[in-house]
Design a protein around this ligand. Structure first.
Ligand code: NAG
Ligand code: NAG
Ligand code: NAG
Length: 400
């Protein structure tokens, strides 16, 4: 302490009091502005200060990819570099390299959709087995044509707030949840009294295992369609045991107007909400295995149900069965977000090259695009490399 202050203690006290109120003021204004940097999505994009790290809040990221698709590997490496994301490739293989004797009991190659789909199944199983073998606590598994908005870290931060609101116990009562139908609805008709508002989420206990909450088994972040688990979904009782809570975020400027959204089942239920709404809920009837996160416990269960015991369909169909609790797989705690945060990228060129699994025809696509994303990384390589923030919006709003 300086001589001057010691000689005039009242000044030191005054300074301390002023400092106290200043700190109080700053912390208050923080609380009131709500979610720093995520409400308005700072233009700084990638350098946003949120708590999502280089592996996006998971212990590891794996990208499943055929070694000879060097075009996709180059593009993925660039997209992750420009997004400050770390990952490892998992080599995919062709189905004809999987011998019949390596295909588990069940309906075999044909039910899994033939050679190309058996290859996809094997590639994903390799990723899942690697999570088990390395004893990873959590991992995100992506396919190599996945794209994301340049604001992905902000989006995942927001997703983590939403997922925690659905599955973490309340701070005020550690035996209760904000979603009254979690972990299991009391009856098939049970519904939460209302949607949870993203801008007014309840306070929940801090998770200890993952920033996304403790008890999830799968975060289905990249898909080509999903349904809200409502009574009657799938024409049977499969949704009866799935929690029905939703976190609804209005005015999410990273969501295109609904008219621009690709994929019928992605859009279907979203039309009940205004344009630019994003909804986090439990998964129902999911399609496509573009991006999903697993935990050590769920990777072991996936390995068992989708590999070791029996093949009951194409890989993504089995993911759906795992979440919906059909085909003898039991229910699992799967969360999802709509529209998805990872979406398919479709590069310019022959459409037939889009997929090593399904036929996409002989047309040529003149311009690269990515479904349902406003500022996709891969259609903004130019701006990102130039270091500008002049990002190309794929889906500008129609009305001024
Ligand atoms: C990112 O955060 C996750 C979850 O806290 C952690 O497991 C992982 O090791 C972190 N990754 C890096 C690169 O620090
Ligand atoms: C796996 O990790 C857990 C902690 O996350 C540890 O308790 C366990 O011993 C590990 N198992 C192996 C086989 O390394
Ligand atoms: C979304 O925006 C479009 C274009 O402005 C408009 O036609 C449509 O009615 C809007 N949808 C909703 C649900 O407000």
């Amino acid at each position: 302490m300086s001589q001057a202050l010691i000689r005039r203690p009242w000044q030191a006290i005054l300074a301390a009091i002023l400092l106290f109120f200043l700190v109080l003021l700053i912390s208050k204004s923080h609380v009131h502005s709500g979610i720093p940097s995520t409400l308005g999505f700072s233009q700084s994009g990638l350098s946003s200060p949120v708590a999502i790290n280089q592996t996006l809040g998971f212990q590891q990221i794996f990208v499943v990819s055929l070694p000879e698709r060097t075009d996709r590997r180059d593009s993925m490496i660039l997209a992750t570099a420009l997004s400050d994301i770390k990952f490892d490739f998992i080599d995919a293989i062709h189905g004809d390299q999987v011998p019949d004797r390596a295909i588990p009991f069940g309906t075999g190659r044909s039910a899994a959709g033939g050679d190309s789909n058996i290859g996809s199944w094997r590639a994903h199983m390799n990723a899942i087995s690697e999570v088990v073998r390395r004893n990873l606590t959590t991992a995100l598994i992506l396919e190599d044509d996945a794209d994301w908005d340049i604001r992905i870290k902000d989006q995942l931060y927001d997703f983590s707030r939403s997922s925690r609101a659905l599955i973490q116990p309340l701070a005020s009562d550690s035996r209760a949840y904000a979603d009254s139908t979690y972990p299991t609805p009391s009856s098939p008709d049970a519904l939460p009294s209302k949607d949870l508002d993203f801008y007014d989420l309840p306070s929940t206990l801090q998770p200890s295992k993952s920033p996304y909450g403790d008890e999830w088994e799968m975060l289905w972040l990249g898909h080509c369609g999903m349904n809200f688990p409502v009574k009657g979904m799938g024409g049977d009782g499969r949704a009866d045991l799935i929690p029905k809570g939703r976190v609804v975020r209005l005015d999410d400027q990273t969501v295109p107007e609904t008219q621009f959204m690709y994929s019928v089942s992605e859009v279907k239920d979203l039309t009940q909400y205004p344009n630019h709404t994003r909804v986090v809920s439990h998964a129902g009837d999911g399609i496509c295995s573009l991006g999903y996160a697993v935990t050590q416990a769920s990777a072991r269960r996936l390995s068992y149900h989708l590999g070791v015991t029996e093949i009951t369909g194409q890989f993504d169909i089995m993911l759906k069965q795992f979440c919906d609790g059909t085909a003898g797989k039991g229910h699992h705690n799967c969360l999802t977000v709509r529209p998805g945060l990872f979406q398919h990228h479709r590069p310019a060129g022959l459409k037939a090259y889009n997929s090593d699994i399904s036929d996409h025809g002989q047309e040529v696509r003149k311009k690269a695009r990515s479904d349902n994303l406003r500022w996709p990384v891969r259609t903004n390589f130019d701006a990102l490399l130039a270091g500008t923030t002049d990002y190309k919006d794929q889906f500008p709003d129609t009305a001024g």
